[in-house]
Design a protein around this ligand. Structure first.
Ligand code: PRE
Length: 357
């Protein structure tokens, strides 16, 4: 056994030496890129370039490594190279251990400065004030729909959407002891309670459910109090030393949340992009139908249509629309110009690469 392993391990050592040399060659080039950017004050984080690199390695991947894993490795390589240029600060809905933090790493890799914030509002404020260069905010969940607070704040902010990232959301039921003995309350964010309600009704119909600020906060509370259980990610559970009572209790096994990367940056085209806008129309018959006509006219596909009641003013609803393509694409630019002319309200939220996951 050892005789057979030895030459294979020597091979791995030799390959690792080459990888190490290449990684550092790459890092030196990234440092040069950093110097060029510093001269012109150009942005360090370039989501369109990173999306192209990650799509490229997946397309060229000969295997046997699976493309998802290859992308994870290259994301970390770029993250480390980027950090040599400048360590980017990213605000997110904290505390540490939330799905928002996971979304930060999924987009930026781990060589990033995370800034946990107490609320979605604070993520916007920290990014607008420049305390963080980017913010990561939840936009929609596949089971529960839109995150209304984010949509409302998008309307008011001067920030743009610079990118998007989608992550699978798996909720686990956890407690200090790893059992439900003596547990009187199950805590979680209201969205998580909603995403697990069928399972909870079947298994613990008589235990009180309490909505708290975040799942990570629920995990922290459960770590302090054996009478409380938390619904949260297992990452949060590990952080607060909880035992798993039952993993993956979300009603939809494919539950996912989409996050927006917000910032000052207008991302350039990556070749596979999406544009987000908000619109309002006068309250008259056929207005929405008419409003969307420019999309069909210019062959622009709509990928999302969400409405929010306008809480003041003369219009009844705001419509959040995502379309395929970048505002720099001629057809998208023309369609947007016509929409803007016809709408009672129009706001471009940003053009950015379509999420890889
Ligand atoms: O190409 C650039 O602009 C770089 O800064 C290099 C690099 C990379 O490591 O590949 C790093 C950071 C950017 O977000 C994009 C790519």
């Amino acid at each position: 056994m050892t005789d057979k392993l030895k030459p294979l391990r020597e091979k791995i050592d030799a390959i690792d030496a080459q990888i190490l040399t290449l990684l550092n060659e790459r890092a030196k080039v990234a440092q040069e890129v950093g110097h060029v950017k510093a001269e012109t004050n150009a942005p360090v984080f370039r989501p369109e370039r990173e999306a192209q690199v990650l799509r490229g390695v997946a397309e060229r991947n000969p295997g046997p490594m699976v493309s998802f894993d290859v992308q994870t490795i290259f994301r970390e390589i770029m993250s480390a190279c980027r950090a040599l240029e400048k360590r980017v600060t990213v605000a997110y809905l904290g505390p540490a251990g939330t799905f928002s933090e996971q979304a930060v790493y999924q987009q930026f890799g781990t060589a990033v400065e995370g800034l946990p914030c107490a609320s979605i509002d604070e993520v916007f404020r920290a990014t607008e004030a420049g305390t963080a260069e980017f913010g990561v905010v939840p936009v929609e969940n596949s089971s529960e729909g839109a995150i209304n607070r984010t949509l409302d704040l998008m309307l008011q902010t001067t920030l743009l959407i610079s990118g998007e990232v989608a992550i699978p959301v798996h909720h686990s039921l956890m407690s200090k002891t790893g059992s439900m003995d003596g547990v009187k309350v199950i805590c979680a964010h209201s969205q998580a309670l909603a995403q697990c309600q069928v399972w909870l009704n079947q298994n613990y119909p008589n235990i009180e459910r309490r909505a708290v600020a975040s799942n990570a906060e629920a995990a922290r509370m459960a770590g302090d109090d054996p009478a409380m259980a938390a619904i949260a990610s297992e990452i949060a559970g590990t952080r607060y030393k909880l035992g798993v009572v039952k993993p993956h209790i979300q009603d939809d096994p494919h539950n996912r949340t989409r996050f927006a990367i917000i910032g000052q940056l207008q991302t350039l085209p990556s070749g596979k992009d999406q544009t987000s806008i908000v619109l309002a129309v006068p309250n008259k018959a056929g207005a929405v139908y008419q409003l969307l006509a420019p999309l069909a006219k210019h062959g622009v596909s709509m990928t999302r249509f969400e409405s929010r009641p306008a809480r003041m003013g003369t219009w009844e609803y705001y419509f959040y629309v995502d379309v395929e393509g970048h505002i720099h694409n001629e057809s998208v630019a023309k369609a947007m110009a016509e929409l803007k002319d016809e709408a009672a309200f129009f706001k471009l939220l940003g053009s950015y690469p379509v999420s890889l996951t």
